[in-house]
Design a protein around this ligand. Structure first.
Ligand code: IMP
Length: 182
C-alpha cells in the first residue's frame, strides 16, 4: 500500500514540538526532583518523544520499555489490548512516569496503568505529547499533556500509518485516504 506525499498536511511543526517537549520536561524537573522516576515508554509510537524528552530532563531518572498490541488495522483499534513486551525493571516502590505519544480512546493507557499498578509502584503518572479527548471510550487521567488535538488521524514524530511516517520531524494530519494506491 502506498500513500502519495500530498496526502498529509502539517498540524504541529517541529519547532512547536521541541518547545512543548522542553515545557513538559521542565514540569517534570520540578515535580520529580529527588524522586528518581522511571520513565516507561510504550513502544513503538512514543520512542521519539521519549528520546527528546529524557534529554531535556536535568533530574536523575531511568528508562524502560514496554509494548502493547491493540490489534490495530489501519486507523482503527479493536479495543482489545495485550502486553507484547513487559518491563525489565522492578517498579515496586518506584515513581513511574508513563510516556505516551497519544491518548485516543484511552483503552491502551487504562490497560497499562492497571497492569503496572499490580506491581505496586509508589506512584503512576502519565505524560502524553498528544491528547484526542473527543475520542475517549474510557475515563483515564492524563497528568501532563502537550497538545490537545481534534479527532483527526495523525502521523509523524513516532506515529505511524501502517508502519510508515514515524520518522517525520513534524506531526501531520492524514487528509486524503482516497489517494492510497493498493
Ligand atoms: P488508544 O488505546 O485508542 O488510546 O490508542 C493508543 C494508540 O493508538 C496510540 O499509542 C497510538 O499508537 C495509536 N493511535 C491513536 N491515534 C492515532 C493517530 O491519530 N495516529 C497514529 N496512531 C494513533
Amino acid at each position: 500500500m502506498k500513500i502519495l506525499e500530498s496526502s498529509y498536511e502539517v498540524m504541529i511543526t517541529s519547532q512547536e514540538i521541541q518547545k512543548k517537549v522542553i515545557y513538559l520536561a521542565d514540569l517534570i524537573n520540578e515535580d520529580y526532583k529527588d524522586k528518581n522516576p522511571i520513565l516507561v515508554c510504550n513502544l513503538k509510537g512514543a520512542f521519539i518523544f521519549l528520546s527528546d524528552f529524557c534529554r531535556c530532563l536535568t533530574i536523575p531518572h531511568e528508562v524502560d520499555f514496554m509494548s502493547t498490541s491493540s490489534y490495530k488495522k489501519g486507523m482503527e483499534t479493536s479495543g482489545i489490548v495485550r502486553i507484547v513486551k513487559d518491563l525489565k525493571t522492578n517498579i515496586i516502590g518506584r515513581n513511574v512516569l508513563i510516556i505516551e505519544d497519544i491518548v485516543d480512546t484511552g483503552l491502551t493507557l487504562n490497560y497499562i496503568k492497571k497492569f503496572l499498578a499490580l506491581h505496586n509502584p509508589l506512584s503512576i503518572r502519565v505524560v502524553s505529547l498528544l491528547n484526542k479527548k473527543d475520542r475517549r471510550k474510557i475515563e483515564v487521567d492524563v497528568d501532563y499533556i502537550g497538545f490537545e488535538i481534534p479527532d483527526k488521524f495523525i502521523i509523524g514524530y513516532g506515529l505511524d500509518y501502517e508502519e510508515k511516517y514515524r520518522g517525520l520531524k513534524y506531526i501531520a494530519e492524514l487528509i486524503d485516504i482516497k489517494n492510497m494506491d493498493k
